[in-house]
Design a protein around this ligand. Structure first.
Ligand code: HEC
Length: 408
C-alpha cells in the first residue's frame, strides 16, 4: 500500500526535544484562540437543542457546513457510536477539523498548529454555561503514526467494511489523497455527487464489494443518501465529492508540512542549517505542485455550495486568479499548486527551509527543470502558478523575479 514520500518519511519523529516540545509549547491555532476568548468572556458559545455545541463552535472557528463529509467505518475513537445508519460527520476549514456523531457524548476537534502539527481537543456535549474544551494528547495513539508521516497529524483512509461498518482486515487500507486512483478512494465513506463512468468505493459495504466486480456502478453517482440513514440528523444533506477531494489533498499536505517543520527545527538546532533535508524539500515541492496527481477520467460535479464557499476566500493575483479555483474536469485545481502555500502552517516554516522550497519551485516553474517528476505541468500551468505566487506571497526570495524568468 501507499508510496514513499521520501526515505524514512513514516518514522516517528521525536516530539519532545529542546528545539520543540509537543506537550509543553503553547498552541497558537484557532481553537487555542477560541478557548482564550471564551475564558476571557469575549466570546460566548450557544448550546443548540439538536446538535449541542456544534453549530456555535463551527461559527466561532469558521468551519462551514458545506464542507460536510460522512464516514461510516468504525475506524476512529468513538466506534460504538459510528455505523452506516449513524455516520461520523467531518467538517473542515484550512486549519480546523471537526468530528461530530449524532448522539455521542464528545465532539472531536483537531487544529493545525503552525509549529506542532495536529493538536487535538474534545468538547463535551453537555448543556452547560460554557463548553468544556479539553486538549487531549492520547489521540496521538492513532494521530501520530506511520499513517500521519510520523508527526501529530490528520488521517484519511479508504477501507472495506461490512454492513455494520466494521473494517475488513483482509483487504488493504489505502491512504486517500490526490495521488490515489479514484477507484481506490472513499471505502467506508459516503459520497454524494456525480462522476460519469468513473468508479470509487464510497457508499459500498458488505457484499457490495463482491457485486461491484460484475456491476462496477454500485454506490456511484448518488445525489442523496436517504436510502442509508436519515440525513436530517446532520447539518448538511450529503457527503460532498468535491469536499472529499479537497480534504484528501489537504490532510496529506498538512502532515507533510508538519513533518518538514519538525525536521527543520531539529536540523537547525543540531547543525545550524537544513542542507541535509534535500529529499524532504523535494517531496514537499512535489506535493505542493501536485506532481503525482492522478488525472480524472471523467468530470466531477459536487455541491455548488461547497465550491462557492471554498473558492470565495484566499488571495487573488492581479488578474483575479486564485489557487482555490477548482477544475474538476481533469484534475482537482485549475492552477496546479496547493492553496496551503498561503496557510499559516506554511508561512511559519523555518525561514531557511522555506527559502529552499521556493528556490526549488522556481526551478520547476521557470521551466529550467525538465525532469519527469513535473512533466504533467504544461508551460501554461507553470506560467500561471508563477504569476499567482509572485502576486500573492510576501516572503519570496529577493531574487525571485530572476529565478522564475522563463528558461528552456
Ligand atoms: C483508534 C484510532 C484513533 C484515535 C484514538 C483517535 N482517532 Fe481521530 N481519526 C481516526 C481516523 C482513522 C480518522 C479518519 C476518519 C475516520 O476513519 O473516521 C480520524 C479523523 C479525525 C478527525 C478528522 C480530521 C483529522 O484530524 O484527521 C478529527 C478531528 C479527529 N480524528 C479527532 C480525534 C481526537 C480529538 C481524538 C482524541 C480524543 C482522536 N481523533 C483519536 C482514528 C483515531
Amino acid at each position: 500500500m501507499g508510496w514513499a514520500d521520501f526515505q524514512g518519511s513514516t518514522h516517528l519523529v521525536e516530539l519532545e526535544t529542546e528545539a520543540l516540545k509537543y506537550s509543553k509549547e503553547p498552541t497558537t491555532g484557532p481553537v487555542a484562540g477560541l478557548i482564550r476568548k471564551i475564558e476571557a468572556g469575549k466570546v460566548k458559545l450557544e448550546w443548540d437543542a439538536k446538535r449541542g455545541w456544534l453549530p456555535s463552535f463551527q461559527k466561532a472557528v469558521g468551519v462551514d457546513t458545506a464542507s460536510q463529509t460522512l464516514v461510516f467505518s468504525k475506524t476512529s475513537l468513538q466506534r460504538e457510536h459510528i455505523h452506516p445508519g449513524n455516520p461520523r460527520a467531518i467538517f473542515f476549514s484550512d486549519d480546523v477539523y471537526l468530528g461530530y456523531i449524532p448522539g455521542s457524548p464528545l465532539m472531536e476537534v483537531s487544529e493545525v498548529d503552525p509549529r506542532l502539527g495536529g493538536v487535538f481537543y474534545v468538547v463535551e456535549q453537555k448543556p452547560t454555561d460554557k463548553p468544556v474544551i479539553q486538549r487531549v494528547d492520547n489521540c496521538l495513539e492513532c494521530h501520530a503514526s506511520s499513517r500521519t508521516m510520523g508527526v501529530p497529524g490528520h488521517l484519511f483512509r479508504s477501507v472495506e467494511t461490512d454492513r455494520l461498518g466494521i473494517m475488513d482486515l483482509t483487504t488493504g487500507i489505502e491512504p486517500v489523497d490526490h495521488r490515489t486512483p479514484l477507484s481506490d478512494r472513499w471505502g467506508g465513506w459516503y459520497v454524494t455527487g456525480t462522476h460519469g463512468a468513473a468508479q470509487h468505493r464510497g457508499n459500498r459495504m458488505g457484499d457490495d464489494f463482491v457485486q461491484a466486480k460484475s456491476n462496477p456502478s454500485i454506490g456511484g453517482n448518488k445525489t442523496r443518501l436517504d436510502e442509508f440513514f436519515d440525513p436530517s440528523k446532520y447539518p448538511a444533506p450529503g457527503s460532498d465529492i468535491a469536499a472529499l477531494m479537497v480534504l484528501g489533498h489537504q490532510v496529506h499536505v498538512h502532515n507533510f508540512i508538519a513533518r518538514v517543520h519538525y525536521m527543520a527545527a531539529q536540523h537547525l538546532a543540531a547543525y545550524g542549517h537544513v542542507d541535509y533535508l534535500k529529499s524532504p524539500v523535494e517531496g514537499l515541492v512535489k506535493q505542493l505542485l501536485l506532481s503525482e496527481e492522478v488525472a480524472l477520467e471523467h468530470p466531477i460535479r459536487g455541491n455548488p455550495e461547497f465550491v462557492r464557499m471554498f473558492e470565495a476566500s484566499g488571495p487573488r493575483d492581479r488578474n483575479g486568479r486564485s489557487l482555490r479555483q477548482l477544475d474538476m474536469q481533469q484534475r482537482l485545481f485549475k492552477h496546479p499548486c496547493s492553496f496551503l502555500i498561503h496557510s499559516e502552517a506554511f508561512r511559519q516554516l523555518p525561514g531557511p527551509l522555506k527559502q529552499k522550497v521556493y528556490r526549488r519551485m522556481a526551478e520547476v516553474l521557470s521551466g529550467a527543470d525538465t525532469s519527469d517528476a513535473f512533466k504533467q505541468l504544461s508551460a501554461g500551468d507553470r506560467q500561471s502558478v508563477r504569476e499567482i505566487l509572485s502576486d500573492t506571497l510576501e516572503d519570496l526570495p529577493p531574487d525571485w523575479k530572476d529565478l522564475i524568468r522563463p528558461k528552456g
